[in-house]
Design a protein around this ligand. Structure first.
Ligand code: PBG
Length: 330
């Protein structure tokens, strides 16, 4: 009796580490990472965030140290978010326009000390409004599109003047990318990029972020009239197309892992740089699984980040950026 053997042995290239390395279709390096960081008032101030174990808010002086750390780890870019003091939050979020607000001070300090690291700044009013929404609300609680966009344009210019390299509108107002692009050109910020949060879903995964920027207790209602419905995919392509037509240099899909299908479709349809935001709730899921003894942090971090590369991402915003870079640097 002759044994029958498979003609095709897909396991053959997997038999040794050198061969697996040789056959890897995608690579993950620290240069694929954008590190989101929360800035707070004070001096030498570090404030741990309970719902994001391992993540802290840093005062501007300590933020500069984080920027040096990023540079030394090979992380090309930071994404900054402010925890605006309660007394500076208002109905119209005017603190977003203050040239000396936390974001601008942090941006200037980092650009002075570590100019080789890129700075991405978030455009949206939620860290500055008393109601926690990303824009101006009318009497019925509806977020007003065009009135909000006018303020967002001024917020973006304020950030560009402070030295921001990438303006990232996360507010989901219609037409804001075009308006911001026109204003940037008008002030001759010709090399300031726009990374549009194009496909941003009204997600349950943003909870810990809202703690981090101090807007959780303030938010009235939800963001479903401006952020996307998780049921929709075709609509994400329209959002991306609009932002590209309006002058976005790159687009983002957010959250990350639950929306890998959107990333792949965007990449296949438009062949433009696509980024994913592995958001706070995703980070918290990994960390709580690790704390429960149910998961190996290092393996999970690398596997999830690689999933974004495989799906077509140019890079990923992740709170695990420094940890992942350390792992990747060996
Ligand atoms: C605000 C903004 C949010 C995030 C990034 N920018 C929260 C929201 O839309 O409510 C979430 C990021 C995260 O959860 O890590 N416009």
């Amino acid at each position: 009796m002759t044994a029958s053997f498979p003609a095709l042995r897909l396991r053959r290239p997997r038999a040794s580490a050198w061969s697996r390395a040789l056959h890897a279709e995608n690579v993950l390096t620290p240069a694929d990472l954008i590190w989101p960081l929360f800035v707070c008032e004070g001096q030498r101030q570090e404030e741990p965030i309970a719902s994001l174990p391992g993540v802290s808010r840093w005062s501007v002086d300590l933020m500069v140290e984080r920027a040096r750390e990023a540079r030394d780890l090979g992380i090309p870019c930071l994404a900054l978010f402010p925890n605006t003091p309660r007394e500076l939050r208002s109905e119209d979020g005017a603190e977003a326009l203050n040239p000396d607000n936390l974001m601008c001070r942090a941006t200037r300090a980092i650009k002075d000390a570590v100019p080789e690291v890129g700075i991405l700044t978030d455009v949206a009013l939620d860290p500055y409004t008393a109601h926690g929404h990303d824009g101006l609300v009318d009497a019925a609680g509806y977020v007003l599109n065009d009135e909000t966009t006018e303020i967002l344009v001024r917020q973006a210019l304020n950030q560009a003047r402070a030295g921001a390299d990438i303006i990232a509108p996360s507010d989901m107002m219609d037409g804001r990318v075009g308006a911001i692009r026109e204003a940037l050109e008008g002030e001759r910020f010709v090399n300031v990029q726009i990374m549009a949060y194009s496909a941003k879903y009204a997600s349950a995964f943003y909870g810990p972020f809202r703690d981090a920027v101090g807007s959780r207790g303030l938010l009235k209602g939800d963001k479903k009239t401006y952020q996307m419905d998780p049921a929709n995919a075709e609509e994400a392509l329209r959002e991306v197309e609009a932002d590209l037509m309006e002058g976005a240099d790159s687009v983002m899909v957010k959250p990350g892992l639950p929306y890998l299908d959107i990333i792949r479709r965007v990449k296949d349809t438009f062949q433009v740089p696509v980024f994913a935001y592995q958001v706070s709730g995703e980070y918290a899921m990994i960390e709580t699984a690790v704390a429960a003894g149910a998961a190996d942090r290092d393996a999970m971090v690398i596997e999830t980040l690689m999933a974004f590369k495989r799906a077509g991402c140019s890079g990923v915003l992740t709170y695990h950026a420094a940890h992942a870079a350390r792992l990747l640097n060996g």
